[in-house]
Design a protein around this ligand. Structure first.
Ligand code: GLY
Length: 380
């Protein structure tokens, strides 16, 4: 019955990356997306490839996954650009974790103490060095942590390039399909899925890359998928990118300059269900912090603001792996703040799973989709 070998559900960065990887491994792949490709969290993201800044606590399987993915990024982007003929704007600016006050230095110090052993090549810099690195920062900033290994991409452009690379690699891309209305596992034959606008599709296996919308799949699977949306409000100052050389992080916000001249400032973390509007409070907080960090932005209103829904899990780690007792279905969702960064490593794991390799073991099965619901003592 299978129309394709692999049906990827969800056309964000994770779904497209998984589809591309599967196609490269010789599978016939279809991606079904309810709206436009990259129209949700992937298209809203600031595109930071920042495993060190995003993981201040300590080395764990999630940090290792982030590092592995960062190391895959240059080749991932090169191949996508070569196949698509499009530019994803990978910029190796490095990052600066800025302490506006002395008290903010301690977390940067403890972060650098353990991250040096993991290739961060980061360096604590005093107030003078900080201003030489980033001259438009607030004069009173106490110091910072410079991390040259971190970089960023223009996420919407990366998604468009990946979509085109998929198309040119023979992936069938079915956008604007509407909601999934039915899903069935047909033993020994694969899966069958119906959507509002496309009717019935069938495939040997399915990969669920449904981001913040993943929880609703529990109605068709013997697994609860505890993913919920956390809104990220974000804004951009036009023409300000040339004033800021690095990705800059504070404890309250981050700033990233893009090739089009915009300086992106993000992001709130608020729970508002599936609401994607911005609020005066959310954007106001970002503009206040922008003025504190960069005095030239004080009183300046951003020209654009938008929001995306991060797919959050209870422990902040993604769900990557087969559904227990349903090997036809693989989940790759819940990437929360790091979907752009984690797309190549997730795609490689999904590719290995499709190839029948025991892929999750490399990370101690830390991302198993049933880790919240498994009975104590049960295997896996
Ligand atoms: N990766 C940054 C954010 O989610 O805001």
């Amino acid at each position: 019955m299978a129309g394709s070998d692999v049906l990827v559900v969800g056309g964000g960065i994770i779904g497209l990356a998984a589809a591309w990887e599967a196609a490269k491994r010789g599978f016939r792949v279809t991606v079904v997306e309810k709206e436009g490709f990259g129209g949700q969290a992937s298209g809203a993201a600031a595109g930071m490839l920042a495993p060190y800044s995003e993981n201040p606590e300590g080395p764990d399987p999630f940090f290792r996954l982030c590092l592995d993915s960062l190391s895959m990024y240059p080749e991932f982007v090169r191949e996508i650009e070569e196949t698509s003929g499009m530019d994803a704007e990978l910029r190796r600016t490095g990052s600066l974790g800025v302490a506006l006050h002395e008290a903010d230095l301690l977390p940067l110090l403890s972060r650098s103490a353990w991250q040096l052993a993991y290739g961060a090549s980061c360096e604590l810099v005093d107030a003078d060095a900080l201003r030489r690195l980033e001259p438009r920062l607030a004069a009173g900033a106490a110091g910072g942590l410079w991390c040259p290994a971190e970089s960023h991409v223009q996420a919407p452009k990366l998604v468009r390039a990946l979509e085109e690379a998929c198309r040119r690699s023979g992936v069938a891309l079915l956008g604007n399909a509407g909601d999934v209305t039915d899903f069935e596992i047909v033993r020994e034959a694969g899966v069958s899925l119906a959507t509002e606008r496309l009717g019935k599709l069938s495939a040997g296996r399915a990969v669920l890359c449904t981001g913040a919308w993943s929880a609703s799949w529990a109605r068709w699977l013997p697994l609860s998928i505890p993913v919920h949306p956390v809104r990220g409000q974000i804004c951009a100052y036009e023409g300000a990118a040339s004033e800021v050389r690095h990705m800059v992080f504070s404890s309250q916000a981050y700033w990233v300059g893009k090739n089009d001249g915009s300086l992106v400032c993000g992001a709130s973390e608020d729970v508002a269900g599936f609401e994607r509007s911005v609020t005066a409070q959310g954007i106001g907080r970002l503009t206040r912090w922008s003025g504190r960090m960069f005095p030239f932005l004080a009183g300046v209103g951003p020209l654009r603001s938008w929001a995306g829904l991060r797919p959050a899990t209870r422990d902040g780690w993604p769900l990557i792996g087969p559904v227990p007792e349903v090997p036809e279905v693989i989940v790759a969702a819940g990437h929360y703040r790091n979907g752009i960064l984690l797309s190549p490593a997730t795609a490689a794991l999904v590719g290995d799973m499709l190839d029948g390799k025991g892929a999750g073991a490399a990370y101690g099965n830390a991302f198993a989709p049933d880790r919240f619901t498994r009975r104590k003592g049960a295997a896996g």
